[in-house]
Each structure stands twice: as structure tokens, then as C-alpha cells.
Design a protein around this ligand. Structure first.
Ligand SMILES: Cc1cc2nc3c(=O)[nH]c(=O)nc-3n(C[C@H](O)[C@H](O)[C@H](O)COP(=O)(O)O)c2cc1C
Length: 234
């Protein structure tokens, strides 16, 4: 397989954005993302697809330095310890925690789902019954989503789609980002409950993302497997 050579201006723009994006370890603390641009990033997260359209996540945008400081002890992937920098939590223009729904709302028999399908999706009652029947079968028989951890993990997966779209949107606007899984799940959940009014029976941390402007060039050139290794055609 040959290198991918853009054939149109749009293809070049997209590939340039992917070449620009890297996992930024530290941002220029003096530069803030303009509100309209960050709202565009959030909007592409909000509009992202989710399994069965159930949007099983919420994005928590953490801007107060005091609140961010509370996240530092258990967020080894964002506090600069690993990268030997000031880290993303202290320096990002915007910092997002994706919270995933749990079985309290996402189990097929939860009271939340018919209400969501009625009020957000505008589905008629007969469609709600049919969809929830299919969803119950999907959970019980097809995907083994049979306990709270499995259902919460499935919900977490959905938030990664929004995360990916948001990082691409940012890169297209020349904004840097970093996806962050480097945190202690239980300790973070506890601090979110105690200090951010997040009920852990309803919402659990899924993944984080920092956005801003790089403080220095990437440390490493982008490295990936070849297209032949990454993709198999049959
Ligand atoms: C789900 C996920 C979690 C990640 N967690 C962290 C993290 O906690 N801290 C960090 O600095 N980078 C984190 N990264 C960045 C990866 O290390 C990085 O994307 C990978 O090494 C490829 O490098 P590049 O993104 O610069 O091309 C994460 C990436 C993903 C996709």
C-alpha cells in the first residue's frame, strides 16, 4: 500500500489536521481558546453518534484552578509527573472529564430510558416498546451487558467517540489536545462525589481531555504502523 497522497484541498486539510494533532503534555498557560471555538468543539462531541442513540455520558468542563488542583493527586497522566512538565491540568485552556452513565439509567428496564426516548428522541410509545425490547436482548444476549460494571464500561466506550471527534475538530482549528486515561478510577470518582456533586451511582469517570495551545513542539515525530499492518482487506 502506498502513502496516502491527498487529491483534493479538503483531503489535504483533513490529513494536515491529523498530522498536526499530537498528545500535548503541556500547554501555554497564557493562551485561552476563544469561546466560539470551544463551543464548536463541544458541539461536535454533543452531536457524536452513540449506540442506540442513548447518549450515555455527560461532559464536565473543569475550569476553576482550585477544582483542577483537587484532580491532581489521582491524575498521574495529567499532573506532569510522567512527562516531567507542569502537566495538562495546570496549563490547559479547557479541561473536560467525560462521565459515563451506569446501569441506574442504562439497564434496559430503567425508568430513565422510556423518558429519554419520549422526551429527547420524540419517539411514539409503540416505537419505544420495540426499541427497548431490542435493547434488552442486545444487553442480555448479544453483548453480555449483564452487570453494572459491564454496562458502565459500554457507556464509557460511547464517550470515546465524542472524544475523538472533539480532538479532530480542535486540530482542524489549530487547537491542541490530549486524551487522558491516566487516573485512579475509584479515587477520582470519590473526589467527584465529594467536591463536584457527581453521584457515583449515576455517573462514573470515563476519560478526560485537555485542550489548549502547545507550549513546545512535540517531543517525538508521529509514529504509526504501516497501512498494511493497520488494515487488512479481504
Ligand atoms: C484513551 C487514551 C488515553 C491516554 N491517556 C494519556 C494520559 O493519561 N496522559 C498523556 O499524557 N497521554 C495520554 N494519551 C496519549 C497517548 O499516549 C498518545 O496518543 C499516543 O502515545 C500516540 O501519540 P500521539 O497522540 O502524540 O500521536 C492517551 C491516549 C488515549 C487515546
Amino acid at each position: 500500500m502506498k502513502d496516502v497522497t491527498p487529491q483534493t484541498a479538503l483531503q489535504a486539510q483533513i490529513l494536515d489536521a491529523y498530522a498536526f494533532r499530537h498528545a500535548a503534555k503541556v500547554f501555554d498557560p497564557g493562551r485561552k481558546i476563544p469561546e466560539d471555538e470551544f463551543n464548536t468543539i463541544l458541539e461536535t462531541g454533543r452531536l457524536s453518534p452513540t449506540s442506540f442513540g442513548l447518549e450515555p455520558w455527560q461532559m464536565l468542563v473543569v475550569q476553576s484552578p482550585e477544582k483542577r488542583a483537587l484532580l491532581e493527586p489521582m491524575s498521574w497522566g495529567a499532573n506532569g509527573i510522567v512527562s516531567g512538565t507542569e502537566g495538562q491540568l495546570k496549563t490547559a485552556s479547557h479541561f473536560v472529564i467525560f462521565l459515563s452513565h451506569t446501569s441506574a439509567t442504562m439497564a434496559a428496564d430503567s425508568a430513565y430510558l422510556p423518558k429519554f426516548l419520549r422526551e429527547v428522541k420524540g419517539f411514539p410509545e409503540e416505537n419505544i416498546t420495540g426499541l427497548l425490547g431490542a435493547y434488552a436482548q442486545f444487553q442480555a444476549e448479544h453483548f453480555d451487558l449483564t452487570d453494572d460494571r459491564k454496562i458502565t464500561d459500554w457507556a464509557r466506550h460511547q464517550s470515546y467517540i465524542a472524544l475523538g471527534n472533539m480532538m479532530t475538530t480542535a486540530a482542524l482549528m489549530g487547537i491542541d489536545s490530549c486524551p487522558i486515561e491516566g487516573f485512579e478510577m475509584d479515587a477520582l470518582s470519590a473526589v467527584l462525589e465529594a467536591e463536584f456533586d457527581v453521584d457515583p451511582t449515576l455517573l462514573k469517570p470515563a476519560v478526560m481531555a485537555a485542550f489548549g495551545y502547545r507550549a513546545s513542539p512535540p517531543r517525538h515525530p508521529q509514529s504509526r504502523r504501516s497501512m498494511d499492518e493497520a488494515v487488512r482487506w479481504v
